[in-house]
Write a protein that binds this ligand. Structure first.
Ligand SMILES: [Zn+2]
Ligand SMILES: [Zn+2]
Length: 137
């Protein structure tokens, strides 16, 4: 039996469990992911249809299907966090990796739509690193 892993949005209203076995982890750099996340890429796990159970808050999920490209953003209406959704073709459950409360078991990790990555992304490879906010001198 496949082990389950739990996830939730930031405010905790939306929560779920899903089989902890994912075919792919896609780090998606497409323009739509940049807009919805406010960052350079989104970390999407590809889960098996039927392997997700909502524990709470399914009624608080808003879904936006972008016209012109197969792209969806599903999020908690209270806090805006990305939450799982069924893709438009109905072939996979897409899970924001950061919404999980644990470590996903993943077959393959890939960066996709890399040509669309933000112009500032490459410079971030050499960013300063702090364990919290940088201390103010
Ligand atoms: Zn929330
Ligand atoms: Zn994307």
């Amino acid at each position: 039996m496949t082990e389950k892993i739990n996830g939730a949005c930031l405010c905790g209203e939306v929560s779920y469990e899903i089989n902890n076995r994912f075919d792919q982890l896609y780090l998606c750099h497409c323009k739509q992911c940049q807009k919805t996340s406010g960052s350079d890429y989104v970390s999407n796990l590809i889960g098996e249809v039927g392997s997700l159970s909502w524990l709470s808050g399914e009624n608080l999920i808003e879904r936006f299907d972008y016209p012109g490209r197969e792209f969806t953003n599903a999020f908690c209406k209270v806090c805006g966090s990305g939450v799982p959704y069924l893709n438009l073709t109905g072939t996979a459950i897409i899970v924001r990796a950061g919404s999980l409360d644990g470590k996903p078991i993943v077959e393959t990790i890939s960066r996709i739509f890399y040509a669309e990555r933000s112009r500032w992304a490459d410079e971030c490879e050499t960013a300063n690193t702090y364990t919290g906010f940088p201390s103010v001198a």
